[in-house]
Ligand binder design. Structure first.
Ligand code: NAD
Length: 436
């Protein structure tokens, strides 16, 4: 199939590379030259395990290319996947301006096209957004009626950064929000290779499923953190408690996200929870559980800060800065928040993260660091030994690097282990320090 992917970010770059890997011809579209340029040279614009290789293969086989030219992309393809950002506004509501602009641009290109084009929204949008914003923008700009002159679907994305390619090939669920059958048929054809049977629901249901999914993950994390905090103070290993809970076959609970650890963060859970709570307020629906999930997350940050303060040490070595290992995504990283608090209270910090090295950051990420974290950028080092020499206490946010670090130090300096979840197990043998 001929496919265009709008937005070369954490979702779009992975989707485009994987679709090309599946044998489709893919045109990735982004107005940002720092995304288009590297991709055309076979370089991934983001840090994601395995993505460089897929992009190189895609460019090498000529099945993948990038452009900023919307018309070229829509004219040359049958179906467009829209993967542009939907960030939080300052009041917590969902900023749909990128989605609306992409719909306008694609609609204008459809106006000049003779064949039936399908527009598939993959960005996370609140229920009703397709109906109230995306469809009107497409119809206005194309001068055609949705379902007749072009097709539409909503297909929520569930990938997790750092395991995004594995998630693409082994998705937990595939949900299509139906508008017209022609577009659903195209999506079904594309997804024949997957083991999971796609589920076709209404567009509003599909929009709601995505928010429910992220709210559930956030709730599980906050719940596990709270149980972990109680267990820790009572001298019990909270990981074992939750492992045993998940082993109860009658409960049938997945272990995913149900591990004590640090606060959740990243570009999805906090912003999607905020948007859901904002939407609920507008509907006059109280959300005490979602409110508590956010409050519990804030508490986890406060506890981490208190743990550092309790050591009485001032020179801190922070290992890891992105919101989880194996990504360079700093958006709403709780480690950034912790570093800010420590920095603001005069702690002398050095930060090491293999994926956030100022000298190696490119384009969009460099801009992000410069505009959002100029003060922290001066504390980042590309030399983990500098952190080892500097620190009186270590704060671990990245387990892989922690292992390396642990072999470099064999003294009694305190270690505060904030590494969350699946890649982590607090082990007294390796981590003699303070664990959750
Ligand atoms: P991102 O910020 O990394 O990337 C968005 C990209 O869209 C940017 O490169 C931007 O330049 C580009 N863009 C903006 N306007 C455009 C336009 N008109 N045409 C083409 N490109 C345009 O965002 P992301 O993390 O990839 O997330 C995208 C969407 O997917 C969001 O709605 C997010 O909530 C959702 N999502 C993200 C994840 C994740 O793990 N990051 C997972 C599931 C769903």
């Amino acid at each position: 199939m001929q496919i265009s992917v709008f937005g070369i970010g954490y979702v779009g770059a992975v989707s485009a590379a994987c679709l090309a890997n599946d044998g489709h011809n893919v045109i990735a579209v982004d107005p940002n030259p720092h995304k288009v340029g590297p991709l055309n040279e076979g370089i991934s614009p983001i840090v994601e395990p395995g993505l460089d290789e897929l992009i190189q293969n895609g460019i090498g086989s000529k099945r993948l290319k990038a452009t900023s030219d919307v018309r070229e992309a829509v004219n040359g393809t049958d179906i467009s996947f829209v993967c542009v950002g939907t960030p939080s506004r300052s009041n917590g509501s969902l900023d749909t301006s990128y989605v609306a602009a992409a719909a306008e641009q694609i609609g204008a290109a459809i106006r000049e096209k003779n064949s039936f084009h399908s527009v598939v929204m993959r960005s996370t949008i609140l229920p009703g957004t397709m109906e109230s914003i995306v469809l009107p923008a497409l119809e206005r700009a194309s001068g055609r009626q949705a379902g007749v002159g072009f097709g539409v679907a909503y297909y929520p994305e569930f990938l997790r950064e750092s395991t995004a390619i594995a998630d693409y090939y082994d998705p937990g669920a595939i949900i299509f929000g139906r508008h017209d059958q022609a577009t659903i048929d195209r999506l079904l054809e594309l997804h024949k290779i997957f083991k999971v049977e796609p589920r076709v629901v209404s567009i509003r249901t599909a929009e709601a499923v995505k928010y429910t999914n992220n709210a559930w993950h956030a709730l599980k994390i906050s719940f596990a953190n709270e149980i972990g905090n109680i267990c820790k103070e009572a001298g019990i290993d909270g990981h074992v408690v939750l492992d045993v809970l998940c082993a109860d076959t009658r409960l049938n609970i997945s272990k995913a996200y149900l591990k004590p650890g640090f606060a959740f963060g990243g570009s999805c859970l906090p912003k999607d929870l905020r948007a859901l709570r904002f939407a609920a307020r507008r509907l006059d629906v109280p959300t005490p559980i979602l409110d508590a999930t956010m409050a519990a997350n804030e508490e986890q940050l406060r506890r981490a800060y208190s743990m550092v303060a309790a050591t009485g040490k001032r020179r801190i070595g922070l290992i890891g800065l992105s919101f989880k290992p194996e990504t360079d995504d700093l958006r709403e990283s709780p480690l950034v928040e912790l570093a800010e608090r420590l920095f603001g209270r005069g702690y002398d910090i050095r930060i090491y993260d293999p994926n956030i090295q100022v000298s190696k950051l490119t384009g969009a990420n460099l801009q992000f660091v410069k505009s959002h974290l100029p003060h922290l950028a001066t504390l980042l080092t590309s030399d983990i030994d500098e952190v080892v020499d500097h620190a009186e206490v270590f704060v671990l946010g990245n387990r892989d690097e922690a292992k390396r670090l642990m072999s470099a130090i064999n003294d009694e300096r305190p270690i505060i282990d904030l590494v969350r979840v699946d890649q982590t197990r607090c082990s007294g043998d390796l981590y003699q320090g303070i664990c959750w």
